[in-house]
Design a protein. Structure first.
Length: 268
């Protein structure tokens, strides 16, 4: 059984970016019934209607320390782009000694510069997590909140922490896995109802109104008596990479697990 030391728990409680109302050692990995899926995984799977009636308890709460900074940068870039787009037509209306070609060049320069800066800020802030909630409903689920270029919220719900891994890419600290490996011993121990060729959704991105924008699905393949291998792929506008504080990634314990390619076939 995985445990977090008392010293580690104390450091995590002192970290300002999140609050843990219950001990972190309660966040042990459990393969969960998945919400939006083609096939069932757990014998205890319930319908969406029954699931919504379950009591939701919040385990961890994280607020991005740079959320306001990113928001202000995006707002400023959008405002500058709107001003550039509004001022450019005036260049052709107001009398000036500058030729029409010169005015067109000035307008194009203003629009391209403002548009490029807006696109760069949107790209850099796309994966930044403004909020993260780890809840029980009834299984452990993670809800990452990010914002798009127009400051609209995108909520990515990960139904099973097994499909998350640490990442060291630029502006990415946690991402959805592209493949997972589960030994047969663990499949039997946890009572997983996995079959060769099964497909299921393990994460999905929605807007603030709950409209699905994209999802992350896994295709299971059995490798004899060794276990199962899941090949993952995205569909639609799924947010698969997340930029959160590295200290919080450490605090998540086994919620974020190493890449299967770095481990042997005996365990994850």
């Amino acid at each position: 059984m995985f445990r977090i030391s008392r010293a580690t728990c104390q450091n995590l409680h002192n970290f300002k970016s999140f609050r843990a109302p219950i001990p972190l050692h309660a966040l042990l990995y459990t393969h969960l019934p998945l919400s939006r899926k083609v096939s069932t995984v757990s014998k205890s799977d319930s319908t969406p209607t029954a699931t919504t009636k379950e009591k939701t308890s919040q385990l961890l709460e994280y607020d991005g320390p740079l959320s306001q900074t990113y928001g202000r940068l995006k707002a400023f870039s959008l405002t500058s782009l709107a001003l550039a787009a509004g001022v450019t037509p005036l260049m052709f209306i107001i009398d000036s000694s500058v030729s029409t070609g010169g005015r067109a060049m000035l307008g194009l320069t203003a629009l391209s510069t403002s548009g490029l800066s807006t696109a760069l800020i949107a790209w850099a802030g796309k994966s930044y997590v403004t909020k993260l909630r780890v809840v029980e409903e009834p299984g452990t689920r993670l809800r990452f909140t990010t914002k798009n270029m127009f400051l609209q919220e995108r909520i990515t719900t990960v139904y099973d922490p097994l499909f998350l891994e640490p990442a060291e890419e630029y502006l990415t600290k946690v991402r959805l896995k592209k493949s997972v490996r589960i030994p047969m011993e663990e499949v039997k121990r946890l009572g997983m109802n996995l079959n060769d060729g099964m497909e299921e959704t393990v994460a999905e991105t929605t807007d603030s109104k709950g409209n699905v924008k994209g999802w992350w699905e896994v295709h299971w393949r059995r490798e004899g008596s060794a276990g199962f291998v899941g090949e993952c792929r995205g569909a639609g506008s799924i947010i698969s990479a997340f930029n959160i504080d590295p200290k919080f990634v450490v605090g998540m314990g086994r919620l974020v697990r190493p890449n299967p390619s770095t481990t042997n076939k005996e365990g994850l």
